[in-house]
Ligand binder design. Sequence first.
Ligand code: PGA
Length: 246
Amino acid sequence: MNLTVHESSLYLHKLGQKLKPHRNVEIVLAPNLLALQSLSVQVERKLFKLAAQNLYWKDEGAFTGEVSAHQLRGIASYAIIGHSERRHIFGEHDKDVRNKVQAAVRNSITPILCVGETAHERAAKETSGVLHDQIVGGLANLTAEEVAGMVIAYEPVWAIGTGDNALPADVEQAVHVIRRQIEHLYGRDAAHNVRVIYGGSVSSQNAASYLNTVGVDGLLPGGSSLKLDEFKAIVDAAFEAGKKQS
Ligand code: PGA
């Protein structure tokens, strides 16, 4: 819930001036829902794609205050689903998350499914179990092809907005657990092709360490994305990491 519509528009304008199209790097902006529509008119689609931060899973009807995947179709290419703030502040459960993932897929919107353990679960060494449950719960009823086309964001709850980013070795381990679980459910191709990204206090200082971590395909910066130069430095780090890999 950052930036007004006007501020978002100005931000996009300035970002567009700073960034040039980067081969091998996809930049997805997730403004608030109100700004999303006007940015969809303004955005240069060669440079950026847009994501919704949330959606409702019924296509239409009497659901006051909600916006559906069906209504977002053509406006957002991606939707963040099951962000820890949705789960913990707004009480979303795996069933809601699953319904939303399916609604996104049904409406040609690529889901960015967020998973991750709380500090309490981490201390109790429950990370693998939590990831397992969130993957099983969030991905039910999809085909292997649909899973292969989506994005999973590993976002440890304790790392979000705290400055306490996860160690790359721990991210590597968590991403391994996620891909292994997907392989078990949907087969090797889906596990290989699904994009897995890391989020949680990502900055220009630590971006490269994750981008060079085995199994990590990208980043989900929150606070850092609100600062133009910081965000540009993260995109540059992704471009550099992409060059190394290709
Ligand atoms: P952060 O946010 O980068 O500020 O920790 C990440 C998020 O909101 O998912």
